[in-house]
Design a protein around this ligand. Structure first.
Ligand code: UD1
Length: 427
């Protein structure tokens, strides 16, 4: 078993560089299936969700070559439709992107029901609604989703709710459909724009990504392209909150500051100082923070993927903060872990009431999902004493070299491998 062991209480000081965005990478890699020719992708993060995506693609016959640590070439010319292993698909939600991309290329796809973080109910009805509108039949049998179309035809898709995954899958299925598809009530997250930009660089005709109406004019062919993935908004936000929470001073490099506005504004509101540069952002912590209210919303609102980290910081703010989760049903599972460390949080449905305490204390805790893992890591960094975090594979799904990055800015964090008989220091 692997654990992170953190000795808390040290301010984070120095500079850290943000990797490519996980949520863009796990969509852009499958998008190469739509190209007739090799693609070169830069700024690809080295995280387990990317390895799983590449494994699925390589099992299907994609040729993958590492050009350097963050750049890969993918050639899907000789891709075959082999079944995707359930054990791979169930590990991440983004395996659903193989539905849209395989449908776009082969007019059929069969993918195991995807997994991912357990955040409550995560249906695929809006994905299916989009495929259906474009002329595909969909059925779910024996744990597999099958979509099939004689021909994909442009359509008007109106999502009942704002969904990142279904917006991306709708674009994938529509890029080669005949005619003009209009996607309304589309998600506007930075990685939606990144995926659309990548598809356009391959020859697609997509307009309006980043607004709530996306127009996709189908084209016959897409070509291989070179593309650099955007920096990870959530990794950057996690370091911003960690810098503030430890009362540190960190320059966070390789970011798009505009993507970080909702986080910047909340940090400033509670008392941290944030200095914005062209492609970096400095967060300077304060000795005392004030309560606030946070409500997660689709972009450009406060991102649900930053809710657990922000709640952790608010455990030390003066007064009572209110955190409302409006995207997922069950995104407070990490609160039990923070309580073990002395946090005073009450959860009622989608609302957490956070009563600031003077300090947290280290404890054995679990990463209950990816961003929950980031939250307990931040808690460990600010707590008095030692925190041991179990189930760190959740964290490694989405954060590249987290231990090295945190150590480089002064954190006392070690990855330990526990076997029945010994403890081996891995880093
Ligand atoms: C993506 C992100 C995830 C982030 C989330 C919200 C990736 C790989 N993951 O997840 O990190 O937390 O956006 O920003 O990009 N819904 C339906 N029916 C559907 C699809 C979604 O009801 O067919 C609901 C979900 O249950 C949820 C809400 O819509 O309540 C938003 O989900 P969605 O935006 O689709 O999230 P994901 O794409 O799964």
């Amino acid at each position: 078993m692997e654990k992170f062991v953190i000795k808390g209480g040290k301010p984070l000081l120095g500079e850290v560089t943000i990797s490519g965005a996980k949520n863009a990478a796990v969509a852009i890699l499958p998008a190469t299936i739509l190209a007739d020719g090799p693609c070169i992708l830069e700024n690809v993060p080295s995280i387990s969700d990317v390895s799983i995506t590449l494994q699925i693609m390589s099992d299907m016959g994609a040729k993958i070559r590492n050009i350097n640590k963050t750049t890969i070439e993918i050639d899907t010319t000789h891709l075959m439709q082999v079944p995707i292993a359930y054990d791979l698909a169930r590990k991440m939600r983004a395996s659903s992107y193989f539905l849209g991309t395989l449908l776009g290329r082969f007019k059929k796809a069969c993918v195991p029901m995807p997994g991912g973080c357990n955040l409550g109910d995560r249906p695929l009805d809006q994905h299916i609604k989009a495929f259906d509108a474009l002329g595909a039949d969909c059925k779910i049998e024996h744990g597999m989703i099958e979509v099939h179309a004689e021909k994909l035809t442009a359509s008007h898709i109106y999502f009942d709710k704002v969904t990142v995954g279904a917006t991306i899958n709708a674009m994938f299925a529509a890029v080669k459909a005949e005619g003009l598809t209009i996607i309304e009530n589309a998600a506007k997250e930075p990685h939606i724009v990144d995926v659309a930009n990548f598809l356009n660089s391959m020859g697609a005709d997509i307009m309006g990504a980043g607004t709530d109406v996306i127009k996709v004019r189908g084209v016959e062919k897409l070509y291989g392209a070179n593309y650099a993935i955007i920096p990870d908004q959530i990794e950057a936000g996690t370091f911003m909150v960690a810098a503030a929470a430890t009362r540190g001073n960190v320059l966070i490099k390789n970011v798009i500051p505009k993507h970080l506005d909702p986080i910047t504004l909340k940090l400033e509101k509670i008392g941290a100082k944030v200095v914005i540069n062209d492609d970096s952002i400095r967060v300077i912590g304060s000795d005392c923070y004030e309560k606030t209210s946070v409500k997660t919303m689709p972009h450009p609102g406060f991102p649900t993927d930053m809710q657990p980290q922000m709640t952790t910081l608010l455990t030390l703010a003066n007064g009572t903060s209110i955190v409302t989760e409006s995207i997922f049903d069950n995104r407070f599972r990490y609160v039990d872990e923070l309580r073990r460390m002395g946090a005073d949080i009450l959860v009622d449905g989608k609302v957490a009431v956070v009563q600031g305490v003077e300090y947290l204390t280290g404890a054995p805790v679990k990463a209950t999902d990816l961003r929950a893992g980031a939250a307990v890591m931040i808690a460990g960094l600010i707590a008095r004493g030692t925190t041991e975090i179990e189930d760190i594979y959740h964290i490694e799904r989405g954060y590249e070299n987290m231990v090295e990055k945190l150590r480089s800015i002064g954190a006392d964090i070690t990855k330990k491998i526990y076997s029945d008989v010994s403890v081996q220091e891995a880093l």
